[in-house]
Write a protein that binds this ligand. Structure first.
Ligand code: HEM
Ligand SMILES: *[C@@H]1O[C@H](CO)[C@@H](O)[C@H](O)[C@H]1NC(C)=O
Ligand SMILES: *[C@@H]1O[C@H](CO)[C@@H](O)[C@H](O)[C@H]1NC(C)=O
Length: 334
C-alpha cells in the first residue's frame, strides 16, 4: 500500500519537483551523516557564496591588508579545535586571550558577512563556513587559484586559550616540531611546504623575525641566522630599527606582496624567507626539492594548494548535529 502510494506520487509529480526532492534527500542525508558537502546551502541559502565573496572583495578594496588577514585567520581557526570558528569567540579566556590574537585580524569582515547572511538566510550559515569561504576568496582575489570547497561546518561552543599554544606553530620551531603538529592535524610534509606558501601575501610584525639579526652599537648589521641573505637582512633591519614601534609591519613577500603567486618559493631560494620557519624549508633536505619545484612551476604550486587548502579547511570539522549555527560570530548562542 505504502509502495503504491509512493509510486503514484512520484509518477504524477512534475519532473522538476522529483529532482528537488532528490536534492533535498541528499542534503538531509549529508547533514545526518555528518560530513561536508558541495552545495550544502543550495536549498537553504543559495546566495551564500555570492554574499561572502562580495563582502571580502569590497573590504579588500578599501583595505588591501584584508586578504592576508583572512587567510591567516582560517589557519589559526582550523589548527585550534578544528575549523569551527572558535577563534572568533570573544570573552574571558577564549583563544583570543593568547598573545597571537594581537596580530590576527579580519574579524570585522566575517562579522559583516554574517550580518548580511542573517538578513537573507537567518540562522542558517555557520561562521566556520563563512571563514573558510572568505579565506578561499582571499586567495582567488589576490590572483591565486579559485577552489570549490565543501560546506556544512558547524560552529563550536568552546574556545579555550589553553588550546592555542600546543596547536599553533611558532617561527622558532624546528622542522621536526612543525612536522609533529602538522601530522597531528592529518597534514603531510608536502602540505606543510604548500600551505607555507600562504606567506606569499600579507605582512608580519618585526618581533616575528627580529631575532635573526642584530644592530650593533655602530648601527651595523650583525647576522645571527646565517641562512638569511645579508642585503635582505639589512633591509629588514632598516625597516625594524631597535626601539621601533611594535605596530610596524613588513611584507612577508618583499617582491610581490599583494599577489598570491609562487614568489614565496623564489624568495626562499634567494635566502629571503622572512621567518626562520620559512628558511628551514630550503635548509632541510626533506623539503628542499619541493621548494625548488614550486619556485620553478607556479602551476604545480597552485595544484598542490588546491588539495592542501581542502585538507586544511576540513580539519576537525563539526557537522550534522554537532555544535550550532551561531547568530553572532563573536558569541555562542545563549
Ligand atoms: C608553518 C608554520 C607557520 C608559521 C611559523 C607561521 C607564522 C606566522 C607569523 C609569525 C606571521 C606574522 C604575524 C605577525 O607578526 O603579524 C604569519 C603571518 C601570516 N601567516 Fe603564517 N605561519 C605558518 C603557517 C601558515 C599557514 C599554514 C598559513 C595559511 C594557510 C599562514 C598564513 C599567514 C598569512 C596569510 C600571514 C599574513 C597575515 C597578515 O597579513 O596579517 N601561515 N605567519
Ligand atoms: C571578564 O572578566 C572581567 C573581570 O574578571 C569581568 O569584569 C568581565 O565581565 C568578564 N567578561 C566576560 C565577557 O565574561
Ligand atoms: C583580539 O583581536 C581582535 C582584533 O584585533 C580584537 O577585536 C579583540 O578584542 C581581541 N581580543 C582580545 C581578547 O584581546
Amino acid at each position: 500500500m505504502v509502495m503504491e502510494t509512493k509510486t503514484l506520487l512520484f509518477s504524477t509529480l512534475p519532473r522538476l519537483s522529483y529532482v528537488l526532492i532528490l536534492v533535498l534527500f541528499s542534503l538531509v542525508a549529508a547533514a545526518a551523516s555528518g560530513s561536508l558537502s558541495f552545495n550544502f546551502y543550495a536549498a537553504s541559502c543559495p546566495t551564500v557564496e555570492f554574499i561572502v565573496v562580495n563582502t571580502v572583495r569590497s573590504a579588500s578594496s578599501s583595505d588591501p591588508t584584508i586578504p592576508g588577514k583572512l587567510l591567516r585567520l582560517v589557519f589559526h581557526d582550523c589548527f585550534v579545535e578544528g575549523c569551527d570558528a572558535s577563534v572568533l569567540l570573544q570573552g574571558n579566556g577564549t583563544e583570543q586571550s593568547d598573545p597571537a590574537n594581537k596580530s590576527l585580524g579580519g574579524f570585522a569582515v566575517i562579522n559583516s558577512a554574517k550580518r548580511l547572511l542573517e538578513i537573507f538566510c537567518p540562522e542558517t550559515v555557520s561562521c566556520a563556513d563563512i571563514l573558510a569561504l572568505a579565506a578561499r576568496d582571499a586567495v582567488a582575489i589576490t590572483g591565486g587559484p579559485m577552489i570549490q570547497i565543501p560546506t556544512g561546518r558547524r560552529d563550536g561552543r568552546e574556545s579555550l586559550v589553553a588550546n592555542v599554544r600546543p596547536n599553533i606553530v611558532d617561527t622558532s620551531f624546528t622542522m621536526d616540531d612543525m612536522i609533529k603538529i602538522f601530522s597531528s592535524k592529518g597534514l603531510s610534509l608536502e602540505d606543510l611546504v604548500t600551505l607555507s606558501g600562504a606567506h606569499t601575501i600579507g605582512a608580519a610584525h618585526c618581533s616575528a623575525f627580529s631575532d635573526r639579526f642584530q644592530e650593533d652599537s655602530h648601527g651595523k648589521l650583525k647576522l645571527i641566522d646565517s641562512f638569511l641573505d645579508t642585503s635582505y637582512a639589512r633591509e629588514l633591519m632598516s625597516m625594524c630599527p631597535a626601539g621601533a614601534s611594535p605596530s610596524i609591519t613588513v611584507n612577508n613577500d618583499p617582491e610581490t606582496s599583494s599577489a598570491f603567486d609562487n614568489q614565496y618559493y623564489r624568495n626562499l631560494l634567494a635566502h629571503k624567507g622572512l621567518f626562520q620557519s620559512d628558511s628551514v624549508l630550503l635548509e632541510d633536505e626533506r623539503t628542499r626539492e619541493q621548494v625548488k619545484d614550486f619556485a620553478n612551476d607556479e602551476g604545480r604550486f597552485f595544484e598542490s594548494w588546491r588539495q592542501s587548502f581542502l585538507k586544511l579547511t576540513s580539519i576537525g570539522v563539526k557537522t550534522g548535529e554537532d555544535g550550532e549555527i551561531r547568530r553572532f560570530c563573536s558569541e555562542i548562542n545563549g
